[in-house]
Design a protein around this ligand. Sequence first.
Ligand code: ADP
Ligand code: MG
Length: 339
Amino acid sequence: MADIIQLLPDHVANQIAAGEVVQRPASVVKELLENAIDADATIIKLIIKDAGKTLVQVIDNGKGMSTTDARLSFERHATSKIRTADDLFHLNTKGFRGEALASIAAIAHVELKTKQEQDEVGNSIVIEGSNIVSQEVVVTPKGTSISVKNLFFNIPARRNFLKSNTVELRHVFDEFHRVALAHPTISFALYNNGSETFNLPFSNYRQRIVNIFGNKTNEKLVPVEEETEVLKISGFVGKPEYAKKTRGEQYFFVNDRFIKSPYLNHAIASAFEGLLKSGNHPSYFLNLTVNPQTIDINIHPTKTEIKFDDEHTLYALLRSAVKHSLGQFNIAPVLDFER
Ligand code: ADP
Ligand code: MG
């Protein structure tokens, strides 16, 4: 009998993993922005061409990488963020899987430039489809710049599957907004095809929301604050009269990470019960701070899903906090004439 099982070569394994991590240009945007945040950057620039299909570049002023780390960062399961399985229960970084750069480099043309504060010169690495094309010493500012060009150049089926620039750009903006909202004290800028589309200075949460969604948003925001032994809720909900037929602006963050949770979305919506015309959806910008030991964010590579130890309590607390805020601002039920 012949043995037929083989271990896949790294570049093949990386390409397969890439399928999960990178769906579209916006996925690259998310991974690179999160890496910049994990590197303690205070100023982050995002540069996009053709909705990210031709170029996604992130430039940060964070701590940079050493020569060895610059090379290692493209290896699969190579991370500076966790060391033991136990660290998974005390996460305070966005990343921890050590998969993003390896995946991205497997399916694009990537150029990394990075320098640590104490070093005179930095390193540049060019890597295409997991092959290192060059690694050399360069003069570059403190921090890291990563350019991702020609996404899916070696997977034509994936490339063809990308949507129009309008649709892909909307996804890019969504990711950018999510990250920028979660970190109001970091300054972000977005340049799209050479023109500045967003310039978000260092600020507070309310101001960040207004800078992204426009001055008119300011008067729509009702603050929500609640703190118990197990969690802290803070942020804003939109006044009921500004609710929309479309889902609108619904942002829910857990420990500074954007999370999709239909269950907790329902908790918020139910706090608006009787206040909204039927078919309208509330807007919200809510942050939950919980003990990292009580959540599991390891259930999906893009980490937008989360598992809570005690979802029911969370539901009740969230609902009552939002209800309380709406009540305090004397927001009375509206009669639903449209029904
Ligand atoms: P993860 O973020 O899960 O650790 P990545 O593949 O995204 O995995 O990055 C691998 C490693 O490369 C990180 O752990 C970090 O040490 C380093 N790295 C990536 N991006 C940056 C950056 N912008 N600044 C400094 N170090 C970075
Ligand atoms: Mg990462």
